[in-house]
Design a protein around this ligand. Structure first.
Ligand code: ZN
Ligand code: ZN
Length: 392
């Protein structure tokens, strides 16, 4: 059995809304190149999915009218009825506009996440990572928040249908994992745990601690909305304390995690003030949980992340280094300001509009502490206590 598989679908690079859109797939290339530079990505761990996405599986998550609209709007010149109904399906706004080939690239992304899930569930790999995935905002009936097809929900659906395994979905993106939550809101066999910036000020506006699931699935939805300007210590305290209680309660057979890295202070789309440290620590906690509770079964996906220069490649590389237990990780742990490979920096600095950081973690001693730190920490603690109390 392979210890960890790195799933990569070349067609996911065609998932491009337009040139100046914040969702920028160059981050996938930058991450792979950074990992190659530290010899962390040998060819035998890279898996390219061979099967297209199963249409019936897609229909288990999205309604047929929406899928047909996505397909029609993927054509070079979409027909009129589809153009005028794009808005109804969430595909005409600045945020998630339709584009040529949209169905093919979104389906390739979903196929990659299903493939990662299949590698783990069939026992071919203990862990699998698919950074092209994690499009957690797509809803059954519409696209939203840069997401066309919800590959996370589709992969979980596949796990449920084929293996009947109990799933814990962990969403560490700064935005609430609304689409995945909704897909399994009444399902007692799928727990969803999302930590995110409170929806009071941020898209998609949902993810209150009181959202707990419904019907048979009541109690299987866990939300920890944290305050704007939350920093590392408080974020990690919240994430880890609630995670332990969720694990005890959910007793999952497999963990599917989403690793949006937009809670970093430099991310332009949110107000959380964390450093690279959380992207070192959260994968470690999830990895440990997979071994403690799931016989190692762990499927990890990408997600948001809009500072593609200074944040995403480092954060996602740290995730793979943890998953694959690469030797450089203990060096980084001993020396958090270990330098990034000069060749990688030289290559990407040419394209980056901002100076690239040159160390694996951030030198937070140079950062200004946030005002109201203790008040924010207290408020977050209160939310965690509430979330934990609902699990008892
Ligand atoms: Zn492991
Ligand atoms: Zn996000």
């Amino acid at each position: 059995m392979l210890q960890a598989a790195y799933v990569y679908h070349p067609d996911s690079l065609n998932y491009v809304f337009r040139r100046d859109h914040p969702f920028d797939q160059r981050r996938l290339v930058m991450t792979m190149e950074l990992l190659e530079q530290v010899q962390a990505l040998p060819e035998n761990v890279i898996h390219i999915p061979s099967q297209p996405l199963n249409e019936q599986l897609l229909q288990r998550v999205h309604i047929p009218e929406y899928i047909e609209t996505v397909k029609q709007l993927s054509l070079a010149s979409p027909a009129e009825p589809y153009l005028s109904q794009a808005g109804q399906y969430g595909l005409d706004y600045d945020e998630t506009p339709f584009f040529k080939g949209m169905h093919q690239s979104a389906a390739a992304i979903a196929a990659g996440s299903v493939y990662a899930a299949e590698l783990v569930m069939s026992g071919k790999a203990e862990h699998a990572l698919h950074l092209g995935g994690g499009l957690h905002h797509a809803l059954p009936q519409k696209g939203a928040g840069f997401c066309i097809y919800n590959d996370a929900s589709i992969a979980i659906r596949h796990i449920r249908d084929h293996y009947g395994a109990r799933v814990l979905y962990i969403d560490t993106d700064v935005h609430h994992g609304d689409g995945v939550e909704l897909s399994f809101y009444t399902d007692p066999e799928v727990f969803t745990y999302s930590i995110h910036e409170t929806g009071k000020f941020l898209f998609p506006g949902t993810g209150r601690v009181e959202e707990r699931g419904a019907g048979e699935g009541f109690g299987c939805t866990i939300n920890v909305p944290v305050e704007p300007y939350t920093e590392d210590d408080s974020w990690l305290e919240c994430f880890s304390t609630v995670l332990q209680q969720v694990l005890e309660c959910a007793r999952p057979d497999v963990i599917v995690s989403q690793h949006g890295c937009d809670a970093h202070a430099l991310d332009p789309l949110s107000h959380i003030h964390c450093s690279m440290r959380i992207y070192r620590e959260m994968p470690k906690l999830i990895h440990q949980a997979a071994h403690d509770f799931c016989n190692g079964r762990w499927v990890a996906l990408g997600g948001g992340g809009y500072d593609i220069w200074r944040v995403v490649p480092r954060a996602w590389s740290l995730l793979w280094l943890e998953m694959s237990q690469h030797a450089i990780l203990s060096e980084i742990d001993r020396h958090p300001l270990l330098a990034l490979p000069p060749a990688w920096l030289a290559r990407w600095q040419q394209e980056s509009p901002v100076p690239l950081p040159d160390t694996w973690l951030d030198d937070v001693s140079r950062w200004e502490p946030m005002p109201r730190r203790s008040e924010i920490t207290e408020r977050n603690r209160h939310i965690c206590e509430l979330a934990a109390s609902y699990l008892k």
